[in-house]
Design a protein around this ligand. Structure first.
Ligand code: NAD
Ligand code: MG
Length: 340
């Protein structure tokens, strides 16, 4: 690549992030090639979207930037067997999450630039926000800068996916990995799920209608989170009633108390000392039996059946506003086939 031309980009994996990055980068004028296993579950989708699809090694050989957007647990083997033998000398290897580099599961070849561009949102949102001229905030980091140009490459990619429209923040692989895992475990996915389920169970156990409990503990959460998103907790206080404010201010600390904070510090400590990473890697290697069983329990929770019934009447959810599901390629559904 010359300094005036756009880097050629190879995207390995066409799932949640891969598809969104590929479509946004192409619309931003980049030359994008997709690397996928022939006959894999997302190959047809990438072709239907009009991309050139090659085997991962061939695609990697083409890229000035090679973005690894397969599930984290398949990346070490994929990197070792297919990417490292094929990626050009001096190319730029790009990740969307720092996990494998930070925890030493991938040690990139010494000649490569190694960068991270992590949009802080799921792929469907990365695409939708781009299409309406906005973007999902992103962070970026540099692990190796052999060309002297690694930061420029990361920022070019970040701009191409729409992330730099929103002030991309420079971070490190360590900070991105640890904060991303903490956020999803303690607050966004683990914390929010358990809070909703426990609230719903408390009302239903006390004899209230499960449908009413669903509206109170799950459905309305979106309305509150939308206010957070637009204007922080300040905006929530502007919109909710005085009674709701007084109740929140006096009762919120019953729920998130000193014990909850101690548990949050424990979650963080297990991320920082590698306990979580070792446990997840071992679970994946052993075939994901616990992961699948725990996920099934979430899917079988009675709030899911109530929600399904109520949402059938929410016509607006059938529109394009609803995020498409991840393709069924995640580790919980097909661990071993994905590890190939
Ligand atoms: P995904 O599960 O949605 O997509 C996986 C893709 O990789 C599919 O196209 C699948 O066919 C392909 N694939 C699987 N195994 C492969 C192999 N061995 N060789 C080639 N292709 C293979 O993945 P995702 O959730 O988009 O995650 C990708 C990366 O993005 C991860 O590093 C993840 O941590 C990061 N990330 C994800 C999100 C998110 O919202 N999902 C957000 C930020 C960062
Ligand atoms: Mg994450």
């Amino acid at each position: 690549m010359t300094s005036t031309s756009k880097p050629r980009i190879a995207i390995i994996g066409y799932g949640s992030q891969g598809r969104a990055h590929a479509l946004n980068l192409r619309d931003s004028g980049f030359d994008v090639t997709i690397g996928l296993r022939p006959g894999g579950p997302t190959e047809l989708k990438a072709k239907a979207d009009g991309f050139a699809v090659k085997a991962p090694g061939e695609a990697a050989a083409d890229g000035d930037i090679v973005a690894i957007l397969t599930p984290d647990m398949v990346q070490p083997q994929l990197y070792g067997e297919v990417i490292e033998p094929n990626i050009r000398q001096g190319a730029c290897l790009l990740f969307a999450h720092g996990f494998n580099v930070h925890y030493g599961q991938i040690t990139p070849r010494d000649d490569l630039d190694v960068v991270l561009v992590a949009p802080k949102g799921p792929g469907a949102l990365v695409r939708r926000e781009y299409e309406i001229g906005r973007g999902v905030p992103s962070v970026y980091a540099i692990h190796q800068d052999r060309s002297g140009n690694a930061e420029q490459l990361a920022l070019a990619y970040c701009a191409g996916i729409g992330g730099a429209r929103q002030n991309a923040i420079r971070t490190t692989f360590q900070e991105e990995t640890e904060t991303d895992l903490f956020g999803e475990q303690a607050v966004l996915c683990g914390g929010a799920t358990r809070l909703v389920q426990a609230g719903w169970e408390t009302l239903v156990e006390a004899g209230y209608q499960p449908e009413v409990a669903y509206y109170e503990c799950l459905h309305e959460l979106k309305l509150i989170v939308d206010l957070f998103y637009e204007g922080g907790i300040t905006r929530m206080h502007e919109f909710i009633s005085e009674t709701a404010q007084y109740g929140a201010l006096t009762r919120g600390d019953y729920i998130v108390d000193a014990n909850t904070r101690a548990q949050m510090r424990k979650v963080l400590a297990e991320i920082q000392d590698g306990t979580f990473a070792r446990q997840w890697i071992a679970e994946y290697a052993a075939g994901n039996a616990h992961y699948k069983a725990m996920k099934q329990a979430d899917l079988d929770h009675p709030i899911e059946a109530i929600g399904k019934k109520l949402r059938a009447n929410m016509k607006w959810l059938a529109s394009s506003q609803a995020a498409p599901a991840k393709p069924a390629t995640d580790a919980a559904s097909q661990p071993q086939s994905e590890a190939a």
